[in-house]
Design a protein. Structure first.
Length: 424
């Protein structure tokens, strides 16, 4: 224990003892002597306390980083020991949870209400080193703070940030004012007049529920622990990632879905430009220029692009006249390959005559993500032992609540009318 902490505790004890003695109208000689000694000790401790703080200052600075991240690291290591196999056995046989799994479940229950067994989002990540045969699982260490759902999801690659909310709605105030500086026109003239500092709230509300139903047969329940562990995690990972990716970009805002970025382009105020021509790098370049002139991106390398495979095929097949350089090569020359996400889940299939597709560009400005995905708590796992009771199986429903919002529409650009073929 630090010396300053020890001294501080002793000072509290002295104050408590003095308070008891001072309250007496006629203290005895021993009590008067005791007050004098404690008063002297208290003044001496004050000097010692200041000296201890000075001596410990360097130690505190050296330990600052470790103290700030220790709790996150310890919880992440605890998450690495979470076993979905225990959750399945508890739902099936009523077997009590134990170890790190029980500790995590108890912690999550203390922060929110769950009808079933809460499962942390980090536990759904597919872990390296786990096998379906005999052997000891060797999961990788989970990150201290999780800010995205699954590393391979399209939303994560496009810069979407996952926000975990305990309860209630959360609003993100975004600056929308047009405060400008101005020069004083003369020695006694005033500078630019006052302008209101305005913000717009971007709310995340717990109004959309996503559910996954899994049917586990008796054979699956009796398999080896690591096999069930990996199979359940993989299935839940894939199902939730696919559904969330689709909703983040193409959610209708109706029938229980959140309003997706592309579907709600006009609602969010995102700029949409109709290329109205055969898809080329120039259409992307124009959007990148708009980003840079709006001070949303400092270079083309800061832009992320989401395209469909059909668009990639066309760009890669379209060569510049008298060269072996394709339109896709020109795209990669300016936007790194790591910033390009191809998907058939986040963008609608090409349609129309001529066949047209879309592309979404995003950038992170000032450390602010272009898209916020709010999730409330963890995954609520509920058991249904009756529907498949005749076959000895178990049916489970995994529920989560999520919402989507856009912080600054200037950080997104939608390119429409990218033609994949010549008109008939």
């Amino acid at each position: 224990m630090l010396e300053s902490v020890t001294i501080s505790r002793r000072q509290s004890e002295i104050r408590q003892s003095l308070a008891e003695l001072v309250g007496k109208e006629n203290p005895t000689e021993d009590e008067t002597r005791s007050m004098s000694e404690m008063d002297k000790e208290y003044r001496t401790n004050e000097t010692r306390y200041r000296a201890a703080l000075v001596a410990e200052d360097e130690e505190r600075r050296d330990a600052k980083d470790d103290l700030e991240t220790r709790s996150d690291k310890e919880y992440s290591e605890l998450i690495g020991k979470f076993e979905l196999r225990q959750v399945a056995l508890m739902l099936d046989e009523g077997k009590a949870l134990e170890g790190a799994t029980a500790e995590i479940v108890q912690e999550m229950r203390s922060h929110g209400g769950y009808r079933g067994i809460p499962v942390p989002w980090q536990a759904l990540e597919t872990r390296a080193g786990e096998t379906i045969a005999s052997g000891t699982p060797d999961p990788i260490q989970t990150r201290p703070i999780i800010d995205r759902l699954f590393p391979d999801s399209v939303a994560a690659r496009m810069g979407a940030q996952m926000i975990n909310i305990d309860s209630g709605a959360v609003e993100w105030p975004v600056v929308t004012s047009s405060v400008a500086a101005g020069w004083a026109d003369g020695e006694a003239a005033n500078v630019a007049g006052p302008a209101a500092f305005a913000t717009t709230d971007r709310p995340l509300k717990p109004e959309q529920n996503l559910g996954v139903q899994m049917k586990i047969t008796r054979k699956t329940l009796k398999q080896s622990g690591s096999a069930l562990e990996q199979a359940v995690r993989r299935d839940m990972n894939s199902a939730i990632a696919v559904s969330l990716d689709n909703a983040i970009f193409l959610g209708t805002g109706a029938n229980g879905q959140p309003l997706g970025v592309i579907t709600g382009q006009s609602t969010y105020g995102i700029t949409a430009t109709d290329a109205a021509a055969l898809a080329t790098w120039s259409a992307f370049r124009a959007a990148v220029v708009r980003f840079m002139t709006a001070n949303a991106a400092g270079s083309p390398g800061a832009v992320k692009a989401m395209i469909r495979p059909e668009l990639w095929s066309l760009l890669d097949d379209t060569l510049i006249t008298s060269t072996a350089v394709s339109e896709y090569d020109r795209l990669l020359k300016n936007i790194p390959a790591a910033n390009i996400a191809m998907t058939t889940n986040g963008l609608a299939a090409p349609a129309g005559d001529p066949l047209e597709t879309q592309a979404l560009l995003t950038t992170s400005a000032g450390g602010v993500a272009p898209i916020f995905v709010g999730v409330w708590g963890g995954v609520d796992l509920i058991r249904d032992p009756y529907s498949d009771a005749q076959s000895g199986g178990l049916r489970r429903t995994a529920l989560t609540t999520a919402d989507v919002t856009v912080a600054r529409p200037a950080q997104l650009e939608l390119i429409t009318g990218l033609e994949l073929e010549a008109g008939s």
